[in-house]
Every structure is written in structure tokens, then in C-alpha cells.
Design a protein around this ligand. Structure first.
Ligand SMILES: [Fe+2]
Length: 247
């Protein structure tokens, strides 16, 4: 499997050939520069290893407490990545290719691949979708698309929040671009996501919210709606906009 440094070198080399300025690339975070997989789903395709958390465990306090963040990243999410790699080896999955390629055909693999492949993908996206001091709302093309699809940004937040609140048991709420190229909101159970061929909602996920109890229980206990309401403060809308505009 190609390592991050090797990927980064290839990425830099390819970009240099394309005539782009190296000075611009120097500001690209490692976790993005390492992504050099071609994929129909995403220019930032996902590998099988955990990327470094892009901030400290306590960076999103008080919305997400440090203990929850550490357990979530270093225990829960780490075990999805570990179990995914075990399953990939057993089922002869080529881990040099994007994980998205597995997810779109996940019905052909075992439940272990579905649960841990989804778990790994969803969390890799989740960490990058947050930051300290989030912008509060998107701007540009994404804001326009949200307003024209859902009526207003507040109406979008209500509908997305409801998707999270009403997901029975464990799962995720999503903002996605559907096959019709339109924005949509939905939710998936367990660690499923809209990339999967088994999912009721299908498309390219822009933003996902983890509503498993392990994401919030230490701080919010049973108050999932409070967690969702607070979470908007740490959404990294720059990142979400980037996914939308690169499509
Ligand atoms: Fe989680």
C-alpha cells in the first residue's frame, strides 16, 4: 500500500507537471495533500488508514469535550480502521484503491466490510467537517444551493437536525448531492452512508453528523437534540463548500 509521504510526493510531482505553484501547495494540509486517488465520488478519496486528527482533542471544547474526542478518535474510529483492514485482507480487497470503490459495491462483501468500511469512511469525513470557530454558515455557491433547495439556511438546519434527532438508535444524518445533482437531507442506520449500494439514500455526502451515543453521551447524556444544536458551532463550512465546489 502506498504511504502518505509517497502519495504526497506523487501529488506534488503531478501538480508541478500541471504547472501549479508550489507555494500554494505548501499551505495544503498533509491530510488533504496525501489524497491522490482518482475516484468518481470525490477528489479527496479516502484510504484505509486513519488520517491524523486535524486538531487537538480539546480543540472543539466546549461543544465536544476532550475525553469524548479522544475516545471517539483513538478507540471507536481506530477500531473501524483496524477491522476494515483485517476484512480487506481476508476478502482480498485492493487497499491501494479508494475506499469509495468498495463502498459503492459493498453488498458484494461481508457485513464486516460494510460496518467497518462505513465506520471508517464516515469518521474520516466527520473529523474534517469540524473545526474550532466554525463559520456558522456556508457562503457562495453552497449557500445559494441550500437556500434554493430548502428555502433558507435556518430551514435547512431544522430539517438536517430533525434527520439526526429522528434516527432511531445509532446512525448518521447527511447533507448529500443526489444522483439528480440536487442537494438532499437524509439519514442512515448504523455505519451505512449514501455511497453504499445498500443505502436507501444515495449520493455524494457533503456533510455527515454522527448521532451514535458514543459521539455525545459523556457530555450530553440522553440529550441528543442539545448535541446537535451545539454542533453547528464547529462545522467546518470551508471544507464542506470545498467538497461541493469540486464536484
Ligand atoms: Fe462515531
Amino acid at each position: 500500500m502506498e504511504g502518505s509521504n509517497q502519495s504526497r510526493r506523487k501529488f506534488l510531482g503531478n501538480t508541478a507537471k500541471a504547472g501549479l505553484a508550489f507555494t500554494t501547495l505548501a499551505s495544503v494540509p498533509d491530510y488533504l495533500a496525501a489524497k491522490n486517488h482518482a475516484s468518481v465520488y470525490s477528489p479527496d478519496a479516502t484510504g484505509f488508514d486513519q488520517d491524523p486528527l486535524p486538531y487537538a482533542y480539546n480543540a472543539l471544547e466546549p461543544v465536544i469535550d476532550a475525553q469524548t474526542m479522544e475516545l471517539h478518535y483513538s478507540k471507536h474510529a481506530a477500531s473501524y480502521a483496524k477491522n476494515l483492514k483485517e476484512a480487506a485482507q481476508a476478502e482480498k480487497i485492493d487497499t491501494s484503491k479508494p475506499l469509495e470503490d468498495v463502498l459503492k459495491n459493498v453488498s458484494k462483501f461481508s457485513p464486516k466490510v460494510r460496518n467497518n468500511g462505513g465506520g471508517h469512511y464516515n469518521h474520516e469525513l466527520f473529523w474534517k467537517s469540524m473545526k474550532a470557530g466554525g463559520e456558522g454558515k456556508p457562503s457562495g455557491k453552497l449557500l445559494s444551493a441550500i437556500e434554493s433547495t430548502f428555502g433558507s439556511f435556518d430551514a435547512f438546519k431544522t430539517k438536517f437536525g430533525d434527520a439526526g434527532k429522528n434516527r432511531f438508535g445509532s446512525g448518521w444524518a447527511w447533507l448529500l448531492v443526489g444522483a439528480d445533482k440536487k442537494l438532499a437531507i437524509g439519514s442512515t442506520p448504523n455505519q451505512d452512508n449514501p455511497l453504499m449500494d445498500v443505502s436507501e439514500i444515495k449520493g455524494y455526502p457533503l456533510l455527515g453528523l454522527d448521532v451514535w451515543e458514543h459521539a455525545y453521551y459523556l457530555k450530553y447524556q440522553n440529550r441528543r437534540p442539545d448535541y446537535i444544536e451545539a454542533w453547528w458551532k464547529v462545522v467546518n463550512w470551508d471544507f464542506v463548500q470545498g467538497r461541493f465546489e469540486k464536484m
